[in-house]
Design a protein around this ligand. Structure first.
Ligand code: HAM
Length: 418
């Protein structure tokens, strides 16, 4: 019979790799704790309308990349392509605007986008993200950028570039959109079909279209940051000052528009020279109008998300420490049936004392048991036969040095206890 494989663009994380994920997730949780973020866990599936309204129905994500289907009740549902829309929904649904503000939330989630898989681009991928609600101050923008940068630095990454930009507010966007349309009008016929529909509705989206022709047309378009209003400019200037106070280097990258519609004012991307074409490890920005877009009262918001597969690729490319695969503290070999029964109880005692212990379940010979102990990387081993049981002690062997010492069963537990 034909074997069933994983879907294209998805991947299994095997125990030989999972330790890296655990290492990174531990660092993330520790950073989130220090910056005082609470964890939020949201569903992987939502009403399609949440993303159509939240992410924006003229974005590539919504128009081309969502896994959308009708459920048995005929409702249109979508696997989340990102976390912000779901977190905002939850923030409003649970009345978190009445909590002490700013409300700071973080999440570790899987996301689903039907994109063409390539290095660093998956159809199911993982994100670490944060969202903060209730504060407009540029000091918060700088603080969350600083959090992202310090996490990446703490993970040992060096070749990072922080790109910042401002994409203004609905007020300045309106005048800019007219200007952009004027620039694009002579090229209208050359635009891809999707961008033709974006021309009237949301011409800014044409600037992050993935088609080469549209990219080329957009190259010399007027830049949004050169057309923002006074209030947005002041906010951006204040952000730059805050970043300088925090000693965070940045480049102003006028071409960053981000692929999602909810952004206002600050947008940023952290890229790495260690990655190939998919060089953005982290992206985020402010979204002061999103709670209203989703039917709530106005509450300013800002956040970012990091792609964890890309983060791991980057760490591998830079050869930084990513934790170590876990090995048993001790392998307990047994000789004969009586000893095997004794070992069942003793191994439980070891494990209950916090020691990582392994034993044989395959009726292996002693020689094969020791070979297995080596293969799984056990730090110590003991062999238990009838004599050891009678005397209440065994020879504890250090598998690395080969040295042994005679200890009672309780002494072995005390020695290996962490
Ligand atoms: P995004 O830029 O769409 O933003 O995604 C954030 C990060 O997720 C990217 O920088 C990248 O590292 C990773 N990523 C995106 N797509 C893929 C993919 N197909 N395969 C692997 N990794 C991928 C957002 O999702 C926003 N929700 C971020 C945000 C939070 N803005 C404000 N708050």
């Amino acid at each position: 019979m034909k074997m069933i494989t994983a879907l294209k663009g998805t991947h299994d994380i095997l125990p030989e790799e999972a330790y890296k994920w655990q290492y990174i997730e531990d660092k993330i949780k520790n950073t989130a704790e220090r910056y005082r973020y609470g964890e939020i866990r949201i569903p992987a599936i939502e009403y399609t309308e949440l993303f159509a309204r939240g992410v924006g129905d003229t974005t590539d994500v919504v128009q081309k990349e969502m896994y959308t289907f009708l459920d048995k009740g005929g409702r249109s549902l979508t696997l989340r392509p990102e976390g912000t829309a779901g977190v905002v929904r939850s923030f409003l649904e649970h009345g978190m605007f009445s909590d002490a503000l700013p409300k700071k939330l973080y999440y570790l989630i899987t996301c689903y986008r039907n994109e063409k898989p390539q290095a660093g681009r998956y159809r199911e991928f993982r994100q670490f993200g944060v969202e903060v609600f209730g504060a407009e101050a540029p000091s918060l923008d700088a603080e969350i950028i600083s959090m992202a940068m310090s996490l990446l630095n703490e993970l040992g990454l060096k070749n990072l570039v922080l790109n910042i930009n401002s994409i203004g507010c609905p007020k300045c966007r309106k005048a800019y959109n007219d200007k952009l349309r004027e620039y694009l009008r002579p090229h209208y016929e050359e635009l891809c079909d999707t961008c033709k529909t974006r021309f009237e509705k949301n011409p800014l989206r044409i600037l992050d279209c993935k088609s080469d022709i549209c990219k080329n047309i957009g190259k010399d378009a007027p830049m949004l940051i050169d057309n923002i209003c006074e209030e947005c400019r002041e906010h951006f200037e204040a952000l730059k000052k805050e970043l300088e106070i925090l000693k965070i280097g940045y480049v102003i990258n006028k071409s960053i528009v981000r692929g999602l519609d909810y952004y206002t004012k600050t947008v940023f991307e952290i890229t790495s020279d260690s990655l190939g074409a998919q060089s953005t490890v982290c992206g985020g920005g402010r979204y002061d109008g999103l709670t209203e877009e989703l039917g709530g009262n106005p509450v300013p918001g800002i956040g970012f998300a990091m792609g964890l597969e890309r983060l791991i690729m980057c760490m591998e490319a830079e050869g930084v420490f990513m934790g170590a695969v876990s090995v048993p503290d001790i392998f307990v070999a047994s000789l004969g049936e009586n000893a095997s029964r004794f070992v069942s109880g003793y191994v439980k005692e070891l494990r209950d004392s916090g020691i990582g212990a392994e034993r044989d379940h395959m009726a292996r010979s002693l020689k094969a048991q020791m070979k297995y102990a080596n293969k799984i990387g056990a730090k110590f081993s003991i062999v238990i036969g009838d004599d050891e049981i009678t005397q209440g002690k065994a020879s504890l062997k250090n598998m690395e040095t080969g040295e042994s010492e005679e200890l009672s069963f309780d002494e072995i537990i005390n020695k290996l206890k962490k």
